[in-house]
Every structure is written in structure tokens, then in C-alpha cells.
Design a protein around this ligand. Structure first.
Ligand SMILES: [Zn+2]
Length: 304
């Protein structure tokens, strides 16, 4: 994972950052972000000669830099600060508060807060379905409570307490994670089937869930094993030699990471922003064993 020290070593100047972003976004051939033309040339500056950062399109005659149309555009923040913040976020296993990042980067908290949200907004899912041994579960995480709801907080809902926001996730054992915020308070069996088909490659996966009634009937669509948590947390069956024990410990450890990040770092996560925090936690989880998380993030950020 690219550390803060590495950011300053590899890209010591603003121009180095721009050159790297150009390479990640365009490779060999820069394209005009306004009209898509490849007939572009570096801007000429009468005093400085060729300038590193600006390009001119021969077709539409507009001038642009590599940040046009990306999360870095119009931010008045230099790219080195952006790279540093991305590095801090990717390396913060338990999440990073805007307050802490502001202290680390010597910037104002509101500025850093909005930069962090821009970064999170770039973290799109890779679109590849999960396969192999997959665990699926829902969780209820703290949303920001409105005062009007406060008296409902302690009353248990249909599944999980009120005032909390439901999320659903699926994870390959030893592999990738997908998670999303659920729009409704309660899910029907159809909703769950849609989440399953949206996240999992049905013929190539064995699914493990708990005994929640919403998962009833899934075995028509996918090989499905269930664990009865009121009885036991890990179970073995005839298929355990091949598919491992029946348990949902992997997805539950993901929920522990998410809840810890919300309680300890993110604070006051509103319904509106919860998907962004979830994207961040998911991205970091999926990047945990690759060395490409930093450049992949830059690629996502520059190819919206
Ligand atoms: Zn153009």
C-alpha cells in the first residue's frame, strides 16, 4: 500500500503528481475531456515555454488539464495533498476521521471532509460477481438519529433496532466483498433474491447465511447452506470437507470493521452519506492484499 512517505518520494513536486495522473488516466494518448479528440498538444506559455499541466484541443480549441471531469477538478487543492489524503485513507484500517486527516495534512476540517467524500464517491464496485464459498448477511448500523425518532431507539424492530440503517453484504471466504445500503426498513424474499443475483454468480457459488426467514427458498436458485445461530456458530455437514464449515464469521467480521469505523472514526453517519462510508470500507477490504489500491483509485477517480 502506498504510504505517505512514498507519495512524497515518488511525486515530490506538483508536476510529478500531474505527470502520474496523466499516465494513469490516459496512458500514452491524452484525450480531450470535452470532445474526446486525440489531436491535442501541450499549451505553450510565452514565458515558460511548454507548461506541464495544460493541454489544448485541436478540434474544439478548448484548453484543459488532466483533472477536468475528475474528483480533483475545481478544488483549489494541489494534487500532492489529494495523493496524501488518499494514502492516509487507504492505510487507515479502522477508518480515518476528517478531524484526524485535517491535523495530519494541516488543513481545515470542512475542506478535508468534502475531499474525503469526493474520494469515496469515486470508489465504484468492480462489477464482477462473487463466486466460490460466499457468506451473506445483513447488519444494522448507526445512522444519525433525528430528535423526533429518539424515543423509538430502544424499541426492537422486525429485525434489528429502530433508528439504525440496514445494510446487506456478501463476501467470498478469503476473497472479495460487496455491500450496499438497503433502501427499505424490511426486506421481502424477492428483495433478497435480487440482492443475491446482483452480487453472486449463482452457478459458481455456494452460499451460507443464517436462518433469517428472508433467505427461505433461495435453494431454488443457488446451493444454499444455513447456520442456526440460536443453536451453534459453526457447524459441519457432509459438504464441509469440500466447502468448509457452515458459518458466517467472515461477513460478521466485516460488520465489526464497519461498526467500529462508524463508532470510532466517521461519527454521525447520516442515511445520505452511509453508502459512501460503505464504499470506503468495502474498497479497503478488497484492496487489503493488492499493491494496486492507490493507482486503481486514481484510475477510478479520473475515469468517471
Ligand atoms: Zn476537444
Amino acid at each position: 500500500m502506498t504510504s505517505l512517505v512514498e507519495v512524497y518520494r515518488r511525486w515530490p513536486t506538483k508536476d510529478d503528481c500531474i505527470a502520474h495522473l496523466e499516465a494513469v488516466r490516459w496512458g500514452e494518448q491524452p484525450l480531450c475531456p470535452y470532445c474526446g479528440a486525440d489531436r491535442v498538444s501541450r499549451n505553450r506559455d510565452a514565458k515558460r515555454g511548454l507548461t506541464a499541466s495544460r493541454w489544448k484541443c485541436q478540434r474544439c480549441d478548448r484548453s484543459f488539464s488532466v483533472t477536468v471531469g475528475t474528483i480533483f477538478h475545481n478544488s483549489h487543492i494541489d494534487l500532492q495533498r489529494w495523493f496524501s489524503l488518499i494514502s492516509l485513507m487507504l492505510n487507515a484500517k479502522k477508518g480515518l476521521s476528517a478531524m484526524q486527516a485535517a491535523r495530519d495534512l494541516d488543513m481545515r476540517r470542512p475542506t478535508v471532509w468534502s475531499m474525503m467524500h469526493r474520494i469515496r464517491s469515486a470508489l465504484a464496485d468492480d462489477g464482477k460477481l462473487l463466486a466460490g464459498i460466499v457468506e451473506m448477511d445483513e447488519a444494522y448500523v448507526d445512522g444519525k438519529r433525528r430528535p423526533a425518532n429518539r424515543k423509538d431507539d430502544d424499541q426492537p424492530g422486525p429485525r434489528g433496532p429502530c433508528g439504525k440503517q440496514p445494510v446487506i453484504g456478501a463476501v467470498e471466504r478469503g476473497g472479495r466483498l460487496k455491500a450496499m445500503v438497503i433502501d427499505k426498513a424490511e426486506m421481502t424474499a424477492d428483495d433478497i433474491r435480487n440482492y443475491v443475483t446482483g452480487m453472486i454468480d449463482l452457478p459458481r457459488a455456494v452460499l451460507t447465511t443464517d436462518e433469517y426467514a428472508g433467505y427461505n427458498g433461495l435453494n431454488k436458485n443457488i446451493a444454499h447452506r444455513r447456520i442456526n445461530h440460536s443453536r451453534v456458530y459453526v457447524e459441519r455437514d457432509l459438504f464441509s470437507a469440500e466447502f468448509g464449515p457452515i458459518q458466517t464469521n467472515t461477513i460478521e467480521s466485516v460488520w465489526a470493521i464497519l461498526k467500529r469505523a462508524i463508532a470510532g472514526q466517521f461519527h454521525h453517519v447520516s442515511r445520505k452519506y452511509l453508502p459512501l462510508y460503505l464504499s470506503e470500507v468495502t474498497y479497503r477490504y478488497n484492496a487489503r492484499r493488492t499493491g494496486e489500491a492507490f493507482d486503481r483509485l486514481l484510475h477510478l477517480a479520473t475515469n468517471p
